[in-house]
Design a protein around this ligand. Structure first.
Ligand code: BGC
Length: 468
């Protein structure tokens, strides 16, 4: 046992270099100059968080509260009009042109396109298509995410992710979207963060349906992989148009959230739980796509080892969402068997997440060895502090450059987020936008934060042209 633990610890924490980036070296760097030719530089959003006017499982959840009386959403906020991107997309496009991006990750909303089973909203489809046409006409390559957190109410009524028909329904949805939008899109992201979808909805119970049951969580995680396999096959079958003329009609992946887990101490219990958490959260999904088998263990609760037909080979790229590092301490009374925390004195964002750019570097170097090209599908900071937003952006892009220098095949970076938006359980208090929005102002005007100039510098260093 000790040998296994020592091996696990070394495998996860011991072999990677532990770089420390100094403020001086980051300040000196001409970030962007070291990124490869053709690098995709952009921003990301998701439908529920920006569009407004939706009716799905989340709009229902937003009205409720936890058994202890706390509202599901901080401050009792509801997404409602959100950033009104459904009507203000031209403003978003203007913001993107000002940044100088050459790509944009957005999601399409299932509940909008298919409001009831089999019914299809052609007007909504046409609006999404027009956005993609406008993006492409401006030299911005779209990445379309097919499912980002929310589910239609009718899917929720069937049992949501536990519904037996879920994989097939998502496959059908993916085929229809790919056929409708494939003429404008080559880059596809089937699912956003299946690990979080399973863990937060079925283990930590802070997202709908608010369940805490490791066995149900494990089943849902496996189902997300079946769904991804069905969606990847559907997209590849239905989108045969090479929109950007690079010889490939589709590039398919998921956006996989990775987090650096640091053991709270060198005691065996902490190193073991940190290793298991890392294995479950960071490695299990990419490993499943490599091998075609999903394998993970939650000690004392559940152990999964099963084949997923059609899963192997479904990544054309590995999409990584990275925000933070967490220190991990063994805690037998937590459903995750671990408590995550940030030691006093570490720099944090407004949500208490550690600002740790070296973690992005370490993840990129580590997953860079797995053989897929990497797209950083999300990275950003929730803050009201302009200096922190700017330094976070620079330090994390610096980490990307350093990882590229170390040989990691990173081909793109999407900053989360273009504009302030509805941040799930944290509602509108959380500010991730490069452009800020006052959610009390019905105009939803987008105002540039000082980090826009920082982003423009990077874009220019990359040879892109921000348009003021
Ligand atoms: C999600 C986004 C979210 C962001 C910041 C990611 O996990 O994909 O929807 O807003 O993190 O929390």
């Amino acid at each position: 046992m000790r040998a296994t633990v020592a091996f696990l610890f070394l495998a996860v924490f011991g072999c990677d270099r532990r770089p420390v980036f100094s403020k001086e070296e980051i300040d000196r760097a001409q970030i962007g100059k070291g990124l490869p030719k053709g690098f995709l530089l952009g921003t990301a959003t998701s439908a529920h968080q920006v569009e407004g006017g939706l009716d799905n499982d989340w709009t229902e959840w937003e009205k409720g509260s936890f058994p202890d009386g706390r509202p599901h959403i901080e401050g009792g906020h509801q997404s409602a009009l959100a950033a009104d991107s459904w009507n203000l997309f031209p403003e978003d496009l203007k913001a993107m042109r000002r940044l100088g991006v050459n790509t944009y990750r957005l999601s399409v909303e299932w509940s909008r396109l298919e409001p009831s089973p089999g019914a299809w909203d052609l007007a909504a489809e046409a609006r999404y298509r027009s956005w993609l046409i406008d993006l492409r006409a401006t030299g911005i390559e779209p990445m379309v995410t097919l499912q980002h957190v929310t589910l239609p109410r009718w899917v929720e009524a069937e049992g949501g992710w536990e519904w037996g028909g879920m994989e097939a329904a998502l496959g059908t949805f993916a085929a229809r979207v790919a056929a409708a939008l494939g003429g404008q899109a080559d880059l596809w992201c089937t699912l956003n963060e299946p690990n979080v979808a399973a863990a937060e909805a079925y283990l930590t119970a802070n997202k709908p349906p608010g369940v805490s049951d490791a066995k149900r969580m494990a089943k849902v995680l496996v189902k997300t992989l079946h769904a991804h396999a069905a969606m990847a096959a559907a997209v590849r079958g239905a989108d045969t148009v090479d929109a950007d003329g690079d010889g490939e009609a589709t590039r398919v992946g998921i956006a996989h959230l990775v987090q650096w887990f640091e053991p709270a101490s060198y005691q065996t219990v902490d190193t073991t739980i940190a290793g298991l958490t890392d294995d479950f959260f960071n490695e299990a999904i990419p490993r499943a796509v490599k091998t075609g088998r999903i394998q993970f263990t939650i000690p004392g609760e559940v152990s999964v080892d099963e084949g997923v037909p059609g899963l192997e080979g479904t990544f054309d790229y590995l999409g990584l969402n990275y925000y933070r590092r967490d220190f991990v301490r063994f805690n037998p009374s937590d459903p995750k068997l671990a408590t995550g925390f940030v030691p006093k004195g570490k720099p944090t964002n407004d949500l208490g997440w550690e600002v740790y750019p070296e973690g992005l570097y370490r993840m990129l170097v580590r997953f860079g060895r797995w053989g897929w090209p990497i797209l950083i599908t999300e990275n950003g900071v929730s803050t009201r502090n302009a200096d922190l937003r700017t330094s976070y952006l620079r330090s994390h892009l610096y980490a990307v450059e350093k990882a590229v220098e170390a040989g990691a095949p990173v081909e793109g970076y999407y900053h989360w987020s273009l504009i302030d938006n509805f941040e799930w359980t944290d509602g509108y208090e959380s500010k991730f936008g490069l452009f800020e929005i006052d959610f009390d102002d019905p105009s939803r005007q987008r105002r540039a934060t000082p980090a826009v100039a920082t982003f423009q510098d990077v874009a220019r260093n990359l040879g892109l042209v921000p348009i003021e």
